[in-house]
Design a protein around this ligand. Structure first.
Ligand SMILES: CC(=O)N[C@H](C=O)[C@@H](O)[C@H](O)[C@H](O)COP(=O)(O)O
Length: 224
């Protein structure tokens, strides 16, 4: 996985139930389009989507399962149950929330990292702050991704990527740091590599047409 994606673009192909493109078939075609465009890997949500994407593209897949639990804000691969679902479709890496927030059922990040490793897969730790990155690395995460910066109550809210977080983590740590979250333009991606990103993950700017459309509409409204 790591050799295949180093220095390259990973495209996140996700459409939740409340999104217009929600469908494993559509996500598999989205992933195929990403492959044609030169993507080296795919990030995807849910066993069904991952199965379809792997069959259609053969690209390495970073798998997650997004699920809400009462009493916890953690929704990216929150518990062992979601890891088990992913193991059934053989992703090349499993990404999970590695923030300091309380997980459902009292499950612990350290236990989940250990569990994924037992099953022979690497772990991508989705973090929102520098401290969370250091902690996840100490716990044995194989790589980090800046996925959750801006999405925890205590991380900075920004329109663009959290370049500062990327820079600090890449400078301090030896494990790969992936740039992810609001990488909106090819220039953002170039800048991320300049700051030490191991690979760049782009989602909405490529695979959420409703959001891409909204940007055009908003720009037109402002002009009027
Ligand atoms: C915060 C959260 O739930 N992020 C999710 C994580 O898998 C996805 O919804 C994002 O699309 C992905 O991280 C890529 O980011 P962006 O779509 O901004 O390029």
């Amino acid at each position: 996985m790591f050799d295949n994606v180093k220095g390259k673009l990973i495209v996140s192909c996700q459409a939740l139930e409340d999104e217009p493109l929600h469908s494993p078939f559509i996500m598999s075609k989205m992933a195929l389009a990403a492959k044609e465009g030169g993507a080296a890997g795919i990030r995807a949500n849910g066993a069904e989507d991952i199965r379809a994407i792997k069959a259609e593209t053969g690209l390495p897949v970073i798998g997650i399962v997004k699920r809400d639990y009462e009493g916890s804000e953690v929704y990216i691969t929150p518990t062992k149950k979601e890891i088990d679902e992913l193991l059934g479709v053989k992703p090349d890496m499993i990404a999970l929330d590695a923030t300091g927030r309380v997980r459902p059922n009292g499950e612990q990040l350290s236990g989940l990292i250990g569990y994924v490793h037992e099953k022979g897969l690497p772990v991508m730790a989705d973090i929102s702050t520098y401290e969370e990155g250091l902690h996840a690395a100490e716990l044995g995460a194989d790589c980090l991704s800046t996925t959750l910066s801006g999405y925890t109550p205590y991380s900075p809210k920004q329109e663009g990527p959290d370049f500062e977080l990327l820079r600090k983590l890449s400078e301090t740590l030896t494990i790969p740091v992936f740039a992810e979250g609001r990488i909106n333009t090819p220039m953002d991606a170039q800048k991320a590599f300049g700051l030490g990103a191991f690979a760049v993950v782009v989602g909405s700017a490529i695979t959420r047409p409703q959001l891409i459309t909204r940007k055009f509409v908003d720009a037109i409204m402002v002009q009027k």
